[in-house]
Structure formats: C-alpha cells, structure tokens
Ligand binder design. Structure first.
Ligand code: HEC
Length: 196
C-alpha cells in the first residue's frame, strides 16, 4: 500500500519537472507569464546610476567641510562605528585609525591589523561612492551630496590624509592621494584561469 503511494508520487513529480525544464518560452518571458516586475523608468535608473570610479568621474556638484562631517558622523554614524570611528566588534568595521603597526602595508605578515580608510583604502573617491550608496546602513540614499562630501572630508581628515580645516568638492576630492595607493595593482585579468 505504502509502496504504491510512493510510486504514485514519483509519477506525478516527473511530468512536473519535465514541463518546467522544457518550457523555454516561459523562461524567456517570465514577466508575461507571472505578471511580476516592470521595466525600470528613466528616473529610477538615474537614481541608481551613481557610480563614482577611482578617477572621480561622475562626482556630483556639492561640497562639505570636515567640521560639518564630524557633526554628521556623531549624529548618524557613531552609534554603529563608535564615537571615534573605532568600530564595534564584531559587526561594525573601524573607519578611523592609523595603528602604527598597520603602516607600510604589512597586512600579509600580520592578519590581525585593522584595515581602515587611512591605512588601506586606495582611492578617496570611492569613500564618497561607498558612503553615498550604502550608508547609513539602515537608510542608504538618505544623505545629500553635501552631506557625503562633508562625511568624506571628516573620514579622510580623521585618518590623517587631509588637513582638519579642509573643504571637499569634486575637484578637491579628485586630487586626494591615498597613502598606500601604490601598493595596489590594477586587476587586468580577463577571466579564466590566469595566475599571476
Ligand atoms: C546601523 C549601523 C550603521 C550605521 C548607522 C552606519 N554604518 Fe557604516 N557600516 C555598517 C556596517 C554593518 C558596515 C559593513 C558593511 C559590509 O561590510 O557589508 C559598514 C561599513 C562602512 C564603511 C566601509 C568600511 C570598510 O573599510 O570596509 C564606511 C566607509 C562606512 N560604513 C561609513 C559610514 C558612515 C559615514 C555612516 C554615517 C553616515 C555610517 N557608516 C553609518 C553599519 C553602519
């Protein structure tokens, strides 16, 4: 009796799987079949199309000072990243700190050294990009461009990359050279199994 039931279940399952895999028209047009999703509008695409590359292309208008960034950091970032950007283990990374042990890029000999913006990030422009698109963690996209310039200025100054009285805009941010940019190589692999 039990065996007959199992056999019945198997017979039902096989045609179901076959029709799923074999129905290529349905795979090609999932929207029409399931009535899910829609084409993104030009306005929506513009809102997401905010990538700023290492060279600073696409940095938006706006500016911000270190002081304004310090106030924003206290209000919107310190609860997760610590009052002094020291991080809160295990989930919230340190943003500020130039531990002397971490200088000269010795991460391959001491895995425990904390990587921060000051001792590890290769480009200042991507600090702007990351904060604008991803932070604060619970409300990404909520900061104005002026806010993000200010926060970037604060993070760079607190990491001793730029002076404490700096104001950053697109042109100034493009000129910032990170201390260890020369330790990075551009990844020019083309895929496959190349080994360097
Ligand atoms: C609710 C908690 C929370 C708040 C608030 C928050 N962050 Fe974060 N932040 C995180 C977490 C979690 C990560 C790690 C994300 C990951 O690795 O995917 C992170 C990562 C980062 C990083 C990248 C660190 C690195 O070196 O990889 C930066 C920069 C950063 N946050 C800046 C900010 C700034 C600026 C603010 C305030 C506007 C902020 N964060 C507010 C939780 C938070």
């Amino acid at each position: 009796m039990r065996r007959a039931w199992l056999l019945g279940a198997a017979l039902v399952a096989i045609p179901t799987l076959t029709s799923c895999n074999g129905d290529s028209a349905a795979n090609a047009e999932p929207v029409r079949r399931y009535a899910l999703g829609r084409t993104a509008s030009a306005d929506e695409i513009t809102k997401w199309d905010i990538a700023v590359g290492p060279d600073g292309a696409n940095l938006p208008p706006g500016s911000g000072t270190v002081d304004a960034g310090a106030a924003l950091f206290k209000a919107q970032c310190a609860n997760c990243h610590g009052a002094n950007g020291e991080g809160i283990a295990p989930a919230y990374p340190a943003l500020i700190g130039r531990d002397p042990k971490g200088e000269n890029f010795v991460f391959d000999t001491d895995f425990k050294i904390t990587r921060t913006i000051g001792n590890y990030w290769p480009y200042a422009t991507t600090v702007f990009d990351y904060v604008r698109r991803a932070m604060p963690h619970t409300q990404p996209g909520s900061l104005s461009n002026d806010d993000v310039y200010a926060l970037t200025a604060f993070l760079l100054a607190a990491n001793q990359v730029i002076p404490m009285n700096s104001t950053l805009d697109a042109a100034a941010l493009r000129k910032v050279k990170m201390p260890y940019v020369d330790r990075f190589v551009r990844d020019d692999r083309r895929g496959g199994h190349e080994v360097r």
